[in-house]
Design a protein around this ligand. Structure first.
Ligand code: SAM
Ligand code: SF4
Length: 461
């Protein structure tokens, strides 16, 4: 009997790529591909790439170099390994990838991975395959549903893409070009997927989209539903205890979404709301279509709805034309808001975007110096946010084994990682935990309810 085929999918970049990678593996399963734990064991290695910054794209080529060595080792054993490049670099670069890295067999764009079984079969037949056309069919309708055993293996939290693409055209961003126009999945399709995940043991769903709060999918009644309405519907799915959504745009923070934070106990009090800059002048040249005042207004309304709401954000430093005064506006905005965490990046010119052509590009050293100052401030705020929870009781969704024997790691409502001694059987439950210690990357706690006391005593913890 021939050995079953194996696929290894490696994700780069955002959560949407993690979700896409799972769906690629699910789609290849009916074609006989099991998931490999290591790339060297695989017959097909898929690199699911990110093009958001130059560094992210360059990483792909160094990874291809590493996989090439594995491909050669497999060939020496008489085994054929195919290398596929998927995702946003594939979408943006297409054939150039095969020209630059001849070892690659298949290039598949971010909208075409539902065609993988057919494309892989063609690549096995010989020749180099490139498929980066935006398809007419609905990728999500064609994709295989997540399989029960895959759901169990992937854990008690899951991403679900509800919206893809973007029509905002911020002047620095490649997403509208690599992911295409904004499309929302119909509510019924999402509900079916979430029900299936819940049946497989998933307790927390994070709805994802490049502009998730612009969601406007066809509802169960035929009308267009907002993200707020979709969240209210998903809160009713049996077994789903927690809901989150990311990434939002400040302009699309609609009233009913803000109201959902006041109404739904399942909706976690943590919102990732990128602002990019605190300078109105820079926000305008970024084409963000909001001012710093608009941002403050949205935050005030969110905090009015849910007083304990924690916030994170994305920042770009050194956007073309950014002066020291503009940058100080960003620092002042961070001071005023008080974030639980944030991502910050040096501006990276992306070919084909308007900002790459702008005059007044900021020198690299200046970008690096500003990034350091901003990150120091954000780190201080993150530590202060975590320190505030010392001695508090929090509800922790226990997700997986922790670093030490007998330990589990879970997440607080505010997305903090919490390590706690608890029996393995508690994975998937929400436990009341007293925070005993605050570390630099995670919190430590002790179970505050005695539900698991007998098992802990038996384990000698
Ligand atoms: N849709 C989201 C939004 O509206 O902010 C985020 C999209 S993007 C995948 C994630 C983050 O990457 C952005 O928020 C931005 O901070 C950063 N980013 C995007 N393009 C960039 C560039 N050219 N240089 C540096 N950072 C960039
Ligand atoms: Fe990119 Fe987000 Fe702007 Fe869309 S809204 S163009 S995804 S940064």
């Amino acid at each position: 009997m021939s050995r079953p085929r194996k696929v290894y999918v490696k994700s780069f970049g955002c959560q949407m790529n993690v979700y896409d990678s799972h769906r690629m593996a699910d789609t290849l399963a009916p074609a006989g591909y099991a998931e490999a734990a290591l790339p060297e064991d695989a017959d097909l290695v898929i690199l699911n790439t990110c093009h958001i910054r130059e560094k992210a794209a360059e990483k792909v080529y160094s990874e291809i170099g590493r996989i090439r060595v594995m491909k050669e080792a497999a060939a020496a054993e008489g085994r054929r390994m195919l290398i596929a490049v998927a995702g946003c670099v594939a979408q943006a670069k297409g054939e150039e990838i095969i020209r630059r890295a001849g070892v690659v067999d298949l290039v598949v764009g971010s909208q075409n991975y539902h065609r993988l079984p057919e494309l892989v079969a063609r690549a096995i037949g010989g020749g180099k395959i490139v498929d980066t056309e935006f398809p007419v069919e609905d990728k999500f309708a064609v994709l295989a549903a997540p399989r029960r055993e895959s759901i169990r293996r992937r854990g008690v939290t899951s991403f679900v893409t509800v919206q893809e693409g973007c029509d905002k055209f911020c002047t620095f961003c490649v997403v509208p070009y690599t992911r295409g126009a904004e499309v929302s999945r119909p509510v019924a399709q999402i509900v079916t997927e979430v029900e299936r995940l819940a049946e497989g043991g998933v307790r927390e769903i994070t709805l994802i989209g490049q502009n998730v709060n612009a969601y406007h999918g066809a509802g169960e009644d035929g009308a267009d539903w907002t993200l707020g309405r979709l969240l209210r519907r998903l809160a009713q799915v049996p077994g789903i205890d927690r809901l989150r959504y990311t990434t939002s745009h400040p302009r699309d923070m609609a009233n009913d979404l803000i109201a959902a934070h006041a109404e739904l106990p399942e909706l976690m009090p943590y919102v990732h709301l990128p602002v990019q800059s605190g300078s109105n002048r820079i926000l305008a040249t970024m084409n963000r279509r909001h001012t710093r005042k608009d941002y403050f207004t949205v935050i005030r309304r969110l905090r009015d709805a849910r007083s304990d709401l924690a916030l994170s954000s994305d920042f770009i430093v050194g956007f073309p034309g950014e002066t020291e005064a503009d940058f100080r506006d960003t620092l002042a905005l961070v001071e005023d808001v008080g974030f639980a965490g944030a991502f910050s990046f040096m501006y990276s010119p992306r070919p084909g975007t308007p900002a790459a052509e702008m005059a007044d590009q900021v020198p690299q050293e200046e970008k690096a110096e500003r990034l350091q100052r901003l990150q120091a401030l954000i780190t201080r705020q993150q530590r202060a946010f975590n320190a505030r929870h010392a001695g508090c009781e929090l509800d922790i969704l226990l997700e997986k084994p922790g670093k030490l024997p007998g330990q589990l790691v879970g997440k607080s409502p505010y997305l903090q990682a919490v390590q706690v001694m608890a029996p393995h059987s508690a994975i998937g439950s929400i436990a009341r935990v007293t925070i005993t210690e605050v570390g630099s990357n995670s919190l430590f706690g002790a179970l505050a309810d005695d539900r698991y006391a007998p098992q802990l005593a038996a384990a000698g913890a």
